[in-house]
Design a protein around this ligand. Structure first.
Ligand code: GLN
Length: 514
């Protein structure tokens, strides 16, 4: 991405920020360009659930005015950003992709949104997602799926398919996602973008609608490692409003990305995350990335993490258990939807609650609430939830042992490229398997990045490579990621997204983005 295209939506966030800083472009111009792009392509892509055009333009104008007045501004001031609809935004609807929150407008901002606004970033709107972030395809959204910009018949990944697709379709240069089991990294992999799940506690969870509190982490979605680094620095760092927030500043991600060096670095390829069950084209692109790093002077060894075999099973006990507790707050009394059952005189609170949840929650959400309630019930708690927590400890120990030998770990991000819409909708376990490679990092709380490794030979679709680092060493991911990205850009003769097919466009009208 260079800053030379006449179309501002093709610019990187870093290039936009540099041009804004010297007054070469205005924030209003940049914002308008992105709103027009949304109006033109989002009817096909459906990355957005809500677009706040007026608020975005007002925020952009405020940045332009502040700059004209010579007031100090953040490094990304005037750059637009899209935010996953699971993050609360004052004055902008927040539904978490669920019917049960239809029409809810939060009275407050999540801490990360406060930081975006304070940094002068311009909120374009809220992006589509699987209901309450449960899913790997965005098909569980109550508002219809998002389509992958590479092939509109395919899934953009999930649960944060909207954020990844918005970035891949040049509707936003940056977006915010959340990753509980892979929902930033897996959509990044299948859309040819960059996504980072920070260390648990590295980005405040205050104002995130909780899925599984011990696993959830918000993080950046972008088209380059450097852009992701810049966004990470804006949203990261200690927040007293989140009791699990790490008492440390945001990682020096930008500096690491600019240094981009891998000489002498020890890299471990995880034996259990690869091989059988991984698409041939995914394996080829992954092996190529490993070779590039070797050529650049990194030392690559194979490491084994035997407990990863049980990660998916443990995750699908821990996540539903926490979710069943977190989602109890949707009781028809406090937020959003309220359904009064038909034909009942003076219904009780329980009857209203049941009718509201029946109508307001989708099948996947109900499935997980039932599973989690069962796993936590007395008599089964030790057998299921307790066992899963023990596995979690074993996985953390596998990582610890591995990081005793190497600086970063590496694997494909996903076993396959983007599958077709509808292909896995009736098979929850097949859908769950999309996250086999991303889930261990959430269970252990460590940071992970997915970056585009190239296109699979058999289908021409993007493949993601995953990098993992020890907790609080997020900066390391940016250093290795940027180095690998530079070599891959050379290998592919430019950004992969330049090869994505042009999207059908609808004539841009302001009404289209109301
Ligand atoms: N796909 C995984 C799930 O459905 C991960 C979701 C997430 O990270 N929010 O649980």
């Amino acid at each position: 991405m260079t800053g030379t295209s006449p179309d501002l939506t093709r610019w990187s966030a870093t290039d936009l920020a540099a041009a804004l800083a010297v007054g070469e472009v205005s924030a209003v111009e940049v914002t308008r360009a992105h709103l027009d792009r949304i109006a033109a392509v989002d009817p096909e892509v459906h990355a957005f659930l809500h677009v706040g055009a007026d608020g975005a333009l007002a925020a952009a104008r405020a940045v332009d005015d502040a700059r004209a007045a010579g007031r100090p501004l953040g490094p990304l001031a005037g750059v637009p950003v899209a935010v996953k609809d699971v993050v609360t935004t004052q004055g902008l609807p927040t539904t978490a992709g669920s019917r049960i929150l239809a029409g809810w407008v939060p009275p407050y901002d999540a801490t990360l949104v406060t930081r975006l606004r304070a940094g002068g970033l311009v909120l374009l709107g809220k992006t589509n997602m699987d209901e309450f972030a449960m899913g790997s395809s965005t098909e569980h959204s109550a508002y219809g799926p998002t389509h992958n910009p590479w092939d509109l018949e395919r899934i953009p990944g999930g649960s944060g398919g909207g954020s990844a697709a918005a970035v891949a379709a040049f509707e936003a240069p940056l977006a915010i996602g959340t990753d509980t089991g892979g929902s930033i990294r897996q959509p990044a992999a299948v859309t040819g973008t960059v996504g980072v799940k920070p260390t648990y506690g590295g980005v405040s969870r205050y104002g995130l609608i909780a899925l599984a509190s011990s696993l959830d982490q918000a993080g950046p979605c972008a088209r380059s490692v450097l852009d992701a680094a810049a966004l990470h620095e804006v949203i990261g760092g200690h927040d007293p409003r989140d009791s699990t927030s790490i008492d440390a500043p945001a990682p020096a991600a930008v500096e690491a990305a600019r240094r981009a060096d891998v000489r002498g670095l020890r890299i471990g390829v995880v034996r259990e995350l690869g091989g059988d069950g991984y698409q041939a084209g995914v394996r080829t692109r992954f092996d190529e990335s490993v070779q590039l790093l070797v050529d650049a002077g990194a030392e690559v060894v194979e490491v084994s993490c035997p407990s990863f075999e049980y990660a998916l099973a443990a995750y699908y006990l821990i996540l539903p258990s926490e979710a069943s507790s977190n989602l109890a707050r949707f009781d028809a009394m406090r937020y959003g939807l309220r359904v009064v059952p038909d034909g009942v005189d003076a219904p009780t609170a329980e009857q209203v609650m049941a009718a509201t949840r029946d109508a307001g929650f989708g099948d996947e959400v109900k499935r997980r609430i039932i599973l989690g309630t069962y796993a936590l019930s007395s008599g089964y708690y030790d057998a299921y939830y307790g066992q899963a927590q023990k596995v979690r400890t074993l996985i953390a120990r596998d990582f610890e042992a591995a990081f005793g030998r190497v600086d970063v770990l590496m694997s494909p991000t996903t076993p396959t490229t983007a599958f077709r819409l509808g292909e896995k909708l009736d098979d929850p376990v097949a859908m769950y398997l999309s996250d086999v490679a991303t889930i261990p990092a959430n269970l252990a709380g460590i940071p992970g990045m997915s970056l585009p490794a190239g296109l699979a030979d058999e289908d021409g679709l993007p493949v993601g490579v995953q990098l993992l680092a020890p907790a609080t060493h997020d900066a390391r991911l940016y250093g290795v990621g940027a180095a690998l990205e530079a070599m891959l850009l050379e290998r592919w003769g430019g950004p992969l997204l330049d090869r994505a097919p042009a999207l059908p466009t609808t004539a841009p009208t302001r009404e289209g983005v109301a």
